[in-house]
Design a protein around this ligand. Structure first.
Ligand SMILES: *Cc1c(COP(=O)(O)O)cnc(C)c1O
Length: 425
């Protein structure tokens, strides 16, 4: 029996032969990682500019997370919630205090947490708002990404995501992203119970809405007694230069937890960096008035709230705070976008750069159907930096938040050299 493959070509061959083809990865195999670096089996070193879709904000193999995981794994890993365990309570106290909510409902994957939020919202619609049985609607946005379950893909607008997976559940209304008029109109329907939204659309290509979109959406929702459901699975936990993207811009430079322009959602969905990539941990946070609608037996998960997950999540959040990673993301994000703007004067391959904190995207000056963005990512890989195109001609750049300014400058050099030497095939 072998447990590791020590050659790139063999690992890729085996994965293609024996693994389902539900992804189209860049042809690189990773066997080790530390901080902002990853290594392939042949020992080539790369800068990680994806961070596992922003799960590894704390950097790979963070010693505190490794220690927490190992220590807890040897003590107690899983009890199920048929019994209490001695960690979940501590985590529940910690995470609710950290984000300023009364209660947390723990799950594992991001999609599960989105499903959880949908269920809580629907239950609230019937038990509190008084919407007629099975009539509740939730507003979603075009180009959303909330995960891969059948219910969630049913309201995706990306045919790859939803086509061929019907029949689809009803009760979802699509409006264009960043369109307050469309939101106001959709909210006129008294059966609407929630508005599910990403404060920045990561998978859609780091689509950043108007500065006041979320805060004004929150006001519109409040006026109609509709729950604002923020999916911060990718944008949350320091990534965008504030603790949450719903914090928006404010003058505290990421130093406080509840920032000046903070818009508090009714339901906050977290995942990914909640464990720093050590373990699948997701959560829905809400205040009592909303969370109380869920009673014993109505929702759950065997692994949700397990001691290992709870212990790692406390440590992962503590690392964000103690290492001031939110502030670092804010500062290095500016440095990155300035570097790309400078590069744009030297090449016409780049149409624009956008993003917040260390969640950024470079739009390649070619059609979405062209292979240019993919080919540039291949060239970046050859030069020691890993990034991945989203939606054709957009490349997302999202390194772990533990990157230093000197490393950012080195990475900007790699990006510059790659773009200036790049020839379209
Ligand atoms: C990744 C992601 C999800 C889904 O999380 P999984 O852990 O892959 O199920 C949902 N919403 C957003 C915004 C995401 O980025």
């Amino acid at each position: 029996m072998r447990t590791h493959i020590d050659r790139t070509d063999e690992a890729i061959r085996l994965e293609e032969e024996k693994g389902a083809h539900n992804y189209h990865p860049l042809p690189v195999v990773l066997s080790r990682a530390e901080g902002v670096h990853m290594w392939d089996p042949e020992g080539r070193r790369y800068y990680d500019f994806l961070s596992a879709y922003s799960a590894v904000n704390q950097g790979h193999g963070h010693p505190r997370l490794v220690h927490a995981l190992q220590e807890q794994a040897s003590r107690l890993s899983l009890t199920s919630r048929a019994f209490h365990n001695d960690v979940f309570g501590a985590y529940a106290e910690y995470v609710t205090d950290y984000f300023g909510f009364d209660k947390v409902l723990p799950m594992n994957s991001g999609a599960e947490a989105v499903e959880t939020a949908i269920k809580i919202c629907r239950r609230w619609a019937y038990d509190v708002k008084g919407i007629a049985k099975d009539a509740a609607k939730i507003i979603v946005c075009t180009d959303n990404f909330h995960g891969r379950t059948t219910t969630i893909v049913s309201f995706s607008t990306d045919p790859d995501s939803y086509q061929g997976f019907g029949p689809y559940p009803s009760g979802f209304v699509q409006i264009p992203y960043n369109d307050l008029d469309a939101l106001a109109q959709a909210l006129e329907d008294p059966d609407v119970a929630g508005f599910l939204v990403e404060p920045i659309q990561g998978e859609a290509g780091v689509v950043t809405p108007d500065e006041d979109f979320i805060s004004r959406a929150a006001e519109l929702c409040k006026a109609k007694d509709v729950l604002l459901i923020a999916d911060e699975i990718q944008t949350g936990i320091g990534r965008t230069g504030s603790l949450l993207a719903v914090c928006g811009s404010c003058s505290c430079e990421g130093h406080c937890e509840r920032q000046l322009s903070y818009t508090k959602p009714d339901l906050l969905i977290l995942g990914k960096a909640l464990s720093g990539g050590m373990y699948p941990v997701s959560a829905v946070l809400a205040d009592d008035a909303v969370m109380k609608v869920i009673k014993p037996g109505q929702h759950g998960s065997t692994f949700g709230g397990n001691p290992l997950a709870s212990r790692v999540a406390i440590e992962a959040l503590e690392v964000i705070r103690e290492e001031k990673l939110t502030q670092n993301a804010r500062e290095l994000g500016k440095r990155f976008r300035q570097g790309i703007e400078k590069l744009m004067r030297e090449t016409d391959l780049i149409r624009s750069v956008r993003g917040k904190g260390l969640l950024n995207a470079v739009l390649i000056n070619d059609s979405a159907e062209s292979s240019t963005a993919w080919d540039i990512c291949m060239a970046l890989k050859e030069n020691g930096l890993l990034a991945k195109p989203t939606h054709g001609n957009i490349i997302r750049f999202a390194p772990p938040l533990v990157l230093t300014a000197a490393q950012m400058d080195e990475c900007l050099d790699i990006i510059r050299t790659t773009f200036l030497n790049f020839r379209k095939s």
